[in-house]
Design a protein around this ligand. Structure first.
Ligand code: GLN
Length: 538
């Protein structure tokens, strides 16, 4: 491991969902703004090799990186805050760790030895902790440990953190514990006991947290801070208050106010290279909070009961909306509730419509009705991945008059498979990691809506799907007005479709939302919102 690299570990206590990912990303942002090169990684304690096979209803969105890794949605926050790409190495699960160790065992790498959690699993975890810091390209590696201290599942990770202190030395190692200070209404008091207990659990595992970041709904009075410092064995000014914020994008500034970055730098003996440069971040926040226009966009999909399933899309609207000072009122609509009888009533006041990515048949016909409504009524439309496939199917059925047109995902026996599997996908019998994943090139047709948005003809976007536009139908589609305006230069696969006669109708086979960041809003989202604004004014 590179000795100059500093390693920060973030653990969580008391309860899940405290926003470790946002704290990690905010600290990363503050250190980056001081001129340090930062990366963030997440270690998840579950046994799946990656979250690609997890249900979005349970786990939220699966985020995809350039190199095609299917990862935890927190990596999306890291990219959106830091504006730098992550990769497979930034997200490791217990499943991957065990898989690596067992593969080595079968190869005979531990010949003669009994393979055990300590040291073999913990060594593998540590090797992965250090990996991103080894090539000297980053100054600080922030590692978020998923789950809560005390969970059986996260024990090997916690043990590896304990050992890492001795590998790295005290000036290169720091633990931040994110915890909750609940407010008891009846007693009118903020309570520190749950935090004391969770720190005790860390201490039992041999880890003394250096900094406590305390999530709270009310300001922490100084006596509460003193009590936390005393009972949790931390320096008083290392007890950091993290009040609930209006927007996740406020958190870096709140943490700066609380001096989280300074406390970290003092402990790690990092001297700041530059003054904090957060000007463009503040500029973004200013526009986000002072919009001059407003639109209502419908996001139609089947996972709407858990908005985290559409995390990157929702954040893309925040970035793109702010860039043109437009407040995007995003309405999540369940496609299962939509049919030809209620579609007008349900979608009538929308300025723009998105049909979301997804898998499987449920809610599919509601999506078809949604596309038909947007197409026939000249409502700005963005179809993402499955949303693009639905747009193609709807066009084939209702304009080309191929009434049974479908995707072979929904109807394997359809006589008009306008969306189907590529030959190389047909023999795949494993589900994990076997889709078209990661970044692919796409050439744009000059004059298209997509070309206008990107302002160039060669782009790269990230994919996560199995099915593709069937090029046997391309000619007929194009002669009837649905044009392939983006294609893969190597395979000829259709990546974007547009309807020539419609004010703004774009379907993309890729996921533009994965590349939107605070400082570089995704161009298709910007143009789509602008089209919705234009429609509203008319
Ligand atoms: N289910 C579709 C496919 O596999 C679309 C996937 C998606 O929307 N991400 O091709």
């Amino acid at each position: 491991m590179a000795s100059s690299t500093k390693y920060i570990f973030i653990t969580g206590g008391v309860t899940s969902s405290l926003g470790k990912g946002i704290i990690a990303a905010s600290l990363g942002k503050l250190l980056q703004a001081r001129g340090f090169r930062v990366t963030i990684q997440k270690f998840d304690p579950y046994l799946n090799i990656d979250p690609g096979t997890l249900n979005p209803y349970e786990h939220g969105e699966c985020y995809v990186t350039d190199d095609g890794a299917e990862t935890d949605l927190d990596l999306g926050h890291y990219e959106r805050f830091l504006n730098i790409p992550t990769s497979q190495d930034n997200n490791i699960t217990t499943g991957r760790i065990y898989n690596n160790v067992i593969t080595k065992e079968r190869k005979g790498e531990f010949l003669g030895k009994t393979v055990q959690v300590i040291p073999h699993i913990t060594d593998e975890i540590k090797a992965n902790f250090y990996k991103l810091g080894e090539d000297g390209k980053v100054d600080v590696v922030i590692t978020e440990i998923g789950g809560c201290v005390g969970d059986i599942e996260s024990l090997p990770f916690i043990e590896a953190v304990r050992q890492a202190k001795w590998d790295l030395g005290p000036n290169n190692f720091l633990v931040i514990h994110l915890t909750l200070i609940p407010y008891l209404k009846a007693a009118k008091e903020l309570k520190t006991k749950p935090t004391q207990h969770s720190v005790k659990q860390l201490l039992e595992a041999g880890i003394q947290p250096d900094i406590l970041v305390c999530r709270t709904e009310y300001h922490l009075p100084s006596d509460v801070k003193k009590k936390l410092a005393l009972f949790c064995n931390v320096q008083l000014n290392n007890v950091i208050e993290a009040m609930d914020a209006d927007s996740i994008y406020d958190v870096p500034l709140l943490m700066k106010k609380e001096k989280l970055d300074e406390r970290v730098m003092t402990k790690l003996k990092l001297s700041s290279k530059e003054n904090t440069d957060l000007e463009n971040w503040k500029d973004f926040l200013g526009k986000l909070k002072n919009p001059t226009q407003e639109v209502t966009i419908g996001l139609v999909g089947k996972y709407v009961s858990l908005p985290d399933a559409y995390k990157s899309i929702i954040e893309s609207f925040t970035h793109a909306g702010a860039s043109i000072e437009c407040d995007v009122n995003l309405r999540l609509i369940s496609s299962e509730e939509l049919n030809s009888d209620n579609i007008i009533q349900k979608l009538t006041d929308l300025d723009g419509i998105v049909v979301a990515p997804g898998f499987g048949e449920r809610g599919f016909e509601g999506k078809i009705e949604t596309v038909k409504y947007a197409r026939e009524n000249n409502i700005p439309f963005l179809g993402i991945c499955l949303g693009m496939q639905v747009a193609v199917i709807e066009y084939a059925r209702n304009v080309l008059n191929l009434k049974d047109a479908n995707s072979t995902e929904m109807d394997p026996k359809t006589s008009n498979p306008v969306i189907g599997l590529m030959e190389e996908q047909k023999n795949i019998d494993q589900m994990g990691g076997t889709m078209r994943l990661g970044s692919y090139a796409c050439d744009l047709k000059k004059g298209s809506k997509a070309y206008q948005a990107y302002g160039k003809s060669k782009i790269q976007e990230r994919h996560r799907h199995r099915y593709e536009f069937n090029n046997e139908y391309l000619k007929e589609m194009e002669s009837n007005g649905m044009i392939a305006t983006g294609t893969n230069p190597e395979t000829g696969l259709v990546e974007i479709v547009e309807i020539k006669s419609h004010p703004w109708f774009v379907g993309v086979q890729f996921h533009p939302e994965y590349k939107s960041t605070v400082l570089t809003p995704q161009p298709l989202f910007v143009r789509f919102i602008q089209a919705a604004v234009d429609k509203k004014i008319k």
